[in-house]
Design a protein. Structure first.
Length: 573
C-alpha cells in the first residue's frame, strides 16, 4: 500500500476530532441537529487551521446514510468516498487554477442537476479569493438562490479579497491559529500511536516551528521521522528544520547584556558555519526579545509567550538582565537590523555590526537620571522625578557648581583686604562678600574676567541659556549693575539674552550675594555704528530714511540674502 503522509492519515473525520476550532464545530453541529443548514458557507483563516477538513466533515454530515444528524458514521459509501476525495456528489474546485468566468459558467450548469446518489450536492471551492471579478459576478445569482439540493462551501486564507456582495450571501466562520498546547497534545498522540521515539523537547521545537498550523506541524514531524527513523534525536530536529535552539538565543541575550563582543562574533560565526539563515535568526531573536518583554512586564498569562512552560524560568532569568526601556530599545533596533538584512550584500557583517550596536544599549543611562543630574547641576538640590531611581552614591560630583555662600571675612585678616559693600556702610544689612565671590567694581589682578560670567551661567535654572551666556566675552559688576559684554554675539543670542534678563538678574543676585541687581547688555560689535550714524540729522527726505533703514540689523540681514536696489517712497497709504 502506498505511504500516506501524517497530515492526510490523521486528518479529522468528525467534528469531535477538530482541534482548536470549538466555535465552528459547535455552530455547525447545532445547525445540523436543528435542520437549519445554510445554502452557502465561507470559511476563512490561516493555513493549516482546518478549513477544507471542516468542509469535508460538513459534506459527510449532510450526506451520511447511517449516522445521526451532525455525526457522520465514517463507514457508509458517502463517508468513505468523501474522505477519499472521489465522491460524485461532492465536487472540490481549486479556484487558483479555475478562476475564470468560463469555469463559473460550467459550475452554474452543473448546479441544475440533482445528486447522483446522496441527498445534497456540495461544491467546495478552495482559495476562492483567486476568482476574478467577472467570475465573482457570474456566481452571485446562483450563490444567492441555488437549487434546494445544492450547498456551497468556500474557503480562503485572504478574507479581505472577497467582495462584499459575496460575503453578504454566505454564513461566515473565522478559523483561528491553533494554540500551542493543543498542537503539542495532538502530535504527542500521533507519535505514541505511530510508535515514534521522540522526546518532548523535540516535539516542542516542531510545534514552535509550525506557527499555529496543524498541517505544518504534522508535515515537520513527518520530515523529521523520515530523516531520523523511528528514534528521533533532538539535534536532528534543529538541523533538519533549521531551527535556532533556545541555548543560542540565551547566549545572544547574555552577550548583549554583558557587552561581550567576542561572544557576539562567535555566535554569528557558528550560525554561518552551520548554514542557518541569518534573517531567520533575526526573526526568531525578535520573538525572543518580545517574550522577555512580556515576562518583564509581569504578564501572568504564559500562553502569550507561545513557548513551553519548561522555558519560563530561563526567560525570567534573562529578562532580569535588562530594564524595560532597554528591551524596548533593543527590539526597535533589532527590527531595523532585520529589515536591512534582506537587502544587505554582506549579511554576516551586517548582523555582527547590528548586534554589537545592540550591546551598547544596556550601557545607556536612563533619561530620568540624566535630567536629575542636570537639575542638580543647575539648581543645587533638585527633587528626583516621580518614579525615577535613586541617584547612585558613587556618581562623581559635577565639575562646576555655583559657589556656596561664604561667611564674611574678619576685618584685617591676612590675605583678605576689607572691601566695603557697594551702596552703604558695613552694618546696613548687606554681607561683605568673600574673596571667592565675584563682587567689586574691578576684578582682582590676575582673576579670569570670565569667572563672574561662568558663575552666573552655573546658577541659572534654564539649561538653554547657559551655553548662550558662556559664549559671551565676559561680565563685570559696577555697583548694583552687572554688565554683560556681548562681544561677537549674533542677533539671535542677543535677543535671547534680552528676553531673559530677569532670570539672569536673579541668578546674578544669588552669585554676588545681593537682593537685587540690574543686568545690562553692553553693545556688541554689530551694534557699533560709524560716528555719523550715532546722531543722524533730521529726516530730510526718502534717501535719509532709506539709509537709516539699511542700518537696521534685520534689514541688513535681508539684503544679504536678497541683494538688489531698494527705493523709498513718501506718502504711502
Amino acid at each position: 500500500m502506498q505511504y500516506q503522509v501524517l497530515a492526510r492519515k490523521w486528518r479529522p473525520q468528525t467534528f469531535d476530532d477538530l482541534v482548536g476550532q470549538p466555535h465552528v464545530s459547535r455552530s455547525l453541529l447545532n445547525a445540523l441537529k436543528s435542520d437549519r443548514v445554510a445554502h452557502a458557507f465561507l470559511f476563512s483563516g490561516p493555513r493549516g487551521s482546518g478549513k477544507t477538513t471542516t468542509a469535508r466533515i460538513l459534506a459527510k454530515a449532510l450526506n451520511c446514510h447511517e449516522g445521526k444528524p451532525g455525526e457522520p458514521c465514517g463507514r457508509c459509501p458517502a463517508c468513505v468516498e468523501i474522505a477519499a476525495g472521489n465522491c460524485m456528489d461532492v465536487i472540490e474546485i481549486d479556484a487558483a487554477s479555475n478562476r475564470g468566468i468560463d469555469e463559473i459558467r460550467e459550475l452554474r450548469e452543473n448546479v441544475r442537476y440533482h445528486p447522483a446518489r446522496d441527498r445534497r450536492k456540495v461544491f467546495i471551492i478552495d482559495e476562492v479569493h483567486m476568482l476574478t471579478s467577472e467570475a465573482f459576478n457570474a456566481l452571485l445569482k446562483t450563490l444567492e438562490e441555488p437549487p434546494p439540493h445544492v450547498v456551497f462551501i468556500m474557503a480562503t486564507t485572504e478574507y479581505h479579497k472577497i467582495p462584499a456582495t459575496i460575503l453578504s450571501r454566505c454564513q461566515q466562520y473565522t478559523f483561528r491559529l491553533i494554540p500551542y498546547d493543543l498542537i503539542l497534545g495532538r502530535l504527542d498522540h500521533i507519535a505514541r500511536a505511530e510508535e515514534f521515539r521522540i522526546s518532548r523537547t523535540a516535539l516542542e521545537q516542531i510545534v514552535f516551528s509550525s506557527g499555529g498550523s496543524m498541517r505544518d506541524a504534522m508535515s515537520a514531524l513527518d520530515q523529521v521521522v523520515a530523516f531520523s527513523g523511528q528514534a528521533v534525536k533532538d539535534e536532528d530536529v534543529n538541523i533538519l528544520l533549521n531551527l535556532v535552539e533556545p541555548a543560542i538565543l540565551a547566549g545572544a541575550v547574555r552577550a548583549l547584556a554583558g557587552n561581550d563582543v567576542d561572544g557576539i562574533l562567535k555566535i554569528v560565526a557558528d550560525l554561518t558555519d552551520s548554514g542557518h539563515d541569518l534573517q531567520n535568526f533575526c526573526r526568531r531573536f525578535l520573538s525572543h526579545i518580545r517574550n522577555l518583554m512580556v515576562v518583564r512586564s509581569g504578564a501572568a498569562n504564559t500562553s502569550l509567550l507561545g513557548v513551553p512552560d519548561s522555558l519560563l524560568p530561563e526567560l525570567k532569568e534573562q529578562a532580569a538582565l535588562f530594564s524595560s526601556e532597554d528591551l524596548l530599545r533593543t527590539f526597535d533596533a533589532l527590527v531595523r537590523v532585520e529589515s536591512e538584512l534582506k537587502h544587505s550584500t554582506q549579511p554576516r557583517f551586517h548582523l555582527e555590526m547590528g548586534l554589537i550596536e545592540l550591546a551598547q544599549i544596556p550601557r545607556l543611562r536612563p533619561l530620568e537620571d540624566v535630567i536629575f543630574d542636570l537639575q542638580k547641576l543647575l539648581g543645587g538640590d533638585a527633587p528626583a522625578p516621580p518614579g525615577a531611581p535613586a541617584p547612585r552614591t558613587a556618581r562623581s560630583e559635577p565639575a562646576r557648581r555655583p559657589a556656596p555662600a561664604a561667611q564674611p571675612p574678619r576685618p584685617g585678616a591676612a590675605g583678605h583686604p576689607k572691601r566695603p559693600a557697594a551702596g552703604g556702610p558695613a552694618d546696613d544689612g548687606v554681607r561683605e562678600p568673600d574673596v571667592g565671590d565675584p563682587v567689586g567694581a574691578e576684578p582682582p589682578p590676575g582673576e579670569d574676567p570670565r569667572k563672574l560670567l561662568l558663575e552666573i551661567a552655573g546658577a541659572l535654572q534654564r539649561a538653554s541659556l547657559e551655553p548662550i551666556l558662556q559664549a559671551l566675552s565676559g561680565a563685570r559688576q559696577e555697583g548694583d549693575a552687572i554688565i554683560l559684554e556681548s562681544g561677537e554675539a549674533n542677533e539671535f543670542q542677543r535677543r535671547q539674552l534680552k528676553d531673559n534678563l530677569e532670570a539672569i538678574a536673579r541668578a546674578a543676585a544669588r552669585v554676588v550675594g545681593r537682593d537685587h541687581v540690574r543686568v545690562v547688555l553692553a553693545p556688541g560689535a554689530s551694534d557699533r555704528l560709524p560716528p555719523a550714524a550715532v546722531a543722524p540729522p533730521a529726516d530730510t527726505g526718502p534717501e535719509d530714511i532709506l539709509e537709516r533703514a539699511k542700518r537696521e540689523p534685520v534689514v541688513r540681514a535681508f539684503l544679504e540674502v536678497f541683494p538688489g536696489p531698494v527705493k523709498a517712497e513718501k506718502d504711502i497709504p
